[in-house]
Design a protein around this ligand. Structure first.
Ligand code: ADP
Ligand code: MG
Length: 250
């Protein structure tokens, strides 16, 4: 039997709120407005996942599906230095792929099965999980098709998380946080109905698929706030964190 492992976020406060970090064998959703730190959290965890367990890691490799072109190896190297690991090695342990459309995103996921079968991987990042579905399936007319292909993708990701003992970390920008985005994407407002901390009305299949959901927002000054939403084993609670050269921290 596979043993579930927790991977640290880089912030002790946030880890405490998550009972020690994100768990393997689960899908986890990190959402919130632009620039609140979703991609920085992804970079930080891409390094921490490689660390020994005593340091909050899982001694594992990382797969990174990037849909927005925001992955930066230089950031990985800076974060590696914080944890005293070799920056080049840290980059080598990350299997990086850029997806240009939803078909590619699904193919990349399938293609990773062979790598995951080596049992060397503990973290799969998808940043962002939703953006290509929004551009490939535009408006209300394509909403049901979008839901269907997104549902397929999420089922496959769930299956892989369980089969290969992975933390799946999925970032996306919440359209509810931006009036403009809702206006320009009528499908999204239906898809994300009820995303503001309440139980979704049934349309939000991403929320439904996720074990733990983390809502990020800007706080006072440099401070950022993470709120745990709908977790099966944590109460709804908040933690603060900051973004540093070394990644997410307290
Ligand atoms: P998003 O939620 O949109 O993915 P990001 O994870 O890209 O947001 O976070 C962007 C924020 O991270 C910006 O406010 C930026 O100032 C901060 N940031 C990026 N790199 C660094 C760094 N090296 N040191 C401190 N802050 C950084
Ligand atoms: Mg981002």
């Amino acid at each position: 039997r596979k043993r579930c492992i927790r991977i640290s976020t880089g912030s002790k406060q946030l880890d405490a709120a998550l009972n020690g970090g994100f768990q393997t064998m689960s899908l986890n959703e990190v959402y919130g407005e632009f620039r609140c730190g979703k991609t920085q959290l992804a970079h930080t965890m891409a390094v921490i996942a490689q660390l020994p367990k005593e340091m909050g890691g899982a001694e594992g490799k990382v797969a990174y599906i990037d849909t927005e072109g925001t992955f930066r190896p230089e950031r990985i190297m800076e974060i590696a230095e914080r944890f005293g690991v070799d920056p080049d090695q840290a980059c080598e342990n990350i299997a990086y792929a850029r997806a240009q459309n939803t078909e590619m995103q699904a193919e990349l996921l399938d293609g990773l099965a062979a790598s995951f079968a080596t049992n060397e991987y503990r973290l799969l990042i998808i940043d962002s999980v939703m953006s290509l579905y929004r551009t490939d399936y535009v408006g209300r007319g394509e909403l049901s098709e979008r839901q269907q292909v997104l549902g397929q993708f999420l089922r496959r990701a769930t299956q892989m998380a369980e089969e290969f003992n992975l933390v799946v970390l999925m970032a996306h920008t919440s359209p509810n946080d931006s009036t403009n985005q809702v206006m320009s994407d009528p499908g999204a407002s239906a898809l994300f109905a009820g995303v503001d901390g309440r139980k979704p009305a049934g349309g939000h299949i991403l929320a439904h698929a996720s074990t733990t959901r983390l809502l990020l927002r800007k706080g006072r000054g440099e401070e950022r706030v993470a709120k745990i939403v709908d977790s099966p084993d944590c109460p709804e609670r908040e933690a603060t964190y900051i973004i540093t050269t070394g990644g997410i921290n307290d």
